[in-house]
Structures are given as structure tokens and as C-alpha cells.
Design a protein around this ligand. Structure first.
Ligand SMILES: [Fe+2]
Ligand SMILES: [Fe+2]
Length: 176
């Protein structure tokens, strides 16, 4: 028997996704205060994406008739020693989320919850993209750490993370 039910584990992940969203708002605010508007915008958008992930999980629990827990919010950092650190932390965070997603996928298999396994598949793919996206951005900010305006140019030119809507994405509670 698994230690935890899938709905209980998914509720924990909802808290993780909201926390990631708040952390990215903190990073966006830092870059905004440093007058690095493209980096700020990148993280504001990532914050919305993490919120969307949480809301997809909320919708799933609603759809399968399980209880939903909405977590409390804890304070997040809004200042960093330099402009590379937030991206480093963001990459580490995405890697951690990847592990969490794998654990949820594994749990779904273990308890033979086929709906849950199918639901988690999209998130497996999403984490591959998010880790790659943050890894690319880390390369760029590390290379331009003495002049982050170069990173600003890169973001303006390449628009990383602005892929547009994904028709295979699970529906999110409240639409959006
Ligand atoms: Fe996420
Ligand atoms: Fe993410």
C-alpha cells in the first residue's frame, strides 16, 4: 500500500505550485526594481504559469470528486545578491518540481489510478520544457553577468517561454 493517497499528494503539489508562483513574483519584483524589465516580465509570466499549474490540479480534483485544499501563502525573497542568483534558484526549483512530478506519476502507477497517471503525463512533458527553459536562461545570464542588458536583449529577441497556448494542456479551474 502507498503511504499517501494520490489526492492527498496532489494537494501537496498544489501548495508547491502556488509557492513557486509566489517565488517567481518575488524574482520578478527584484528584476523590476533593478530596471531589468524583460527579466521581470519573464518571471511575472512564469509566476502565472505556476498558478495555472496549481489551478489545473484543482480542476482535476474537482473533476474526480476529491477534496481540494488551498494553501496559505508564505513570504518570498525579493532581493538577491546579484542578477544571476534568481535564475540559479529558479533552475534548482524546476529540477525539484520535476522530482515531485515523477513521484506523483509513480504513486499513480502504484495505486493503479489510471486517470491520475494520464493527468500527470502532461506535467512530465511540461517539466522537461521548464528545466530546459531555465537552463538556457541561466547560460545567458551567466554569460552576461557583468552587463545584464545583454540578457535583456536576448529575451527581447528570442522571447523564451512565450510559446503560446498548448492545446494538450489540462483544463484549469476558472478557465484561463
Ligand atoms: Fe509548475
Ligand atoms: Fe515550473
Amino acid at each position: 500500500m502507498a503511504e499517501k493517497s494520490f489526492p492527498a499528494a496532489l494537494n501537496e503539489q498544489i501548495a508547491n505550485e502556488f509557492a513557486a508562483s509566489q517565488q517567481y513574483v518575488g524574482m520578478a519584483v527584484y528584476y523590476d526594481a533593478e530596471t531589468l524589465p524583460r527579466l521581470a516580465q519573464f518571471f511575472y509570466r512564469q509566476a502565472l504559469e505556476e498558478r495555472e499549474h496549481a489551478m489545473m490540479m484543482v480542476q482535476y480534483l474537482l473533476d474526480v470528486g476529491e477534496e481540494v485544499h488551498i494553501p496559505d501563502i508564505k513570504a518570498q525573497e525579493t532581493s538577491y545578491s546579484d542578477g544571476v542568483t534568481p535564475v540559479k534558484k529558479a533552475l534548482a526549483q524546476e529540477e525539484t518540481v520535476g522530482e515531485e512530478i515523477f513521484a506523483l506519476f509513480e504513486l499513480a502507477r502504484e495505486v493503479k489510478d489510471y486517470r491520475a497517471e494520464q493527468f500527470m503525463q502532461w506535467f512530465v512533458k511540461e517539466q522537461v520544457e521548464e528545466v530546459a527553459l531555465m537552463g538556457d536562461l541561466l547560460n545567458v545570464v551567466e554569460r552576461s553577468k557583468d552587463n545584464l542588458l545583454l540578457a535583456e536583449d536576448y529575451i527581447a529577441r528570442e522571447t523564451p517561454g512565450e510559446g503560446g497556448g498548448d492545446p494538450t494542456a489540462p483544463p484549469a479551474a476558472g478557465g484561463g
